[in-house]
Design a protein around this ligand. Sequence first.
Ligand code: E4P
Length: 236
Amino acid sequence: MKFFVDTADVAEIKDLASTGLLDGVTTNPSLVAKTGRDFIEVLKEICDIVPGPVSAEVTALDHATMVTEGRRLAKVADNIAVKAPLTPDGLKACRALTDDGIQVNVTLCFSPAQALLAAKAGAAFVSPFVGRLDDIAIDGLGLISEIMEIYNAYPEITTEVLVASVRHPIHVVEAAKMGAHVATIPPGVLRAMFKHPLTDRGLDAFLNDWAKTGQSILKQPVAGDSDDRAPERRRA
Ligand code: E4P
């Protein structure tokens, strides 16, 4: 499963990209508004940090303007994926941009029928919003399962299921079990995925026992030694 981070906050993206675990980024108009920054400037910075797809959303409602906006956004960097809403105009724009060779992420998908349409329109990604469905007491992960069943029945479908509106690690884990291709994860949820109290407790115990030995890996000689130790250790 590919991991995208769902934010337009450049500092967060830098920090998470340094883990080597990020495959892409998704933004939306609300996330960009939250930064208070210039959209294109932010996009350029993000595209320089993460080589994978960076979703940038059009804001027009008619397909002709969506296509114009999409083509402009695609010029920002080679790794831009244009985001278009799941409306008739959005899907028309998706087809036109896809025919231009631009990756399109069809967003705001809330039903299997909509996901089927996005695939027909040639979308590179479809974004079903699990959390927003859960919020209204409809099973968001159930939607992922239905879309995966449909897409798997047609090997010619190349659209990737990008699980969006993720609220907690279980959304990611369950979607991964279903074989969803991508999850776009808010920074806080991605950080929560690292956490387990037994990891912390186990590490404490290991380090306490290690301290009792009085040894240091950096101070002990190994074959081919000399310059692969930290500078302060080399002098030791
Ligand atoms: C997806 O690309 C959207 O940006 C995002 O996942 C929406 O999530 P929200 O429901 O938390 O706003």
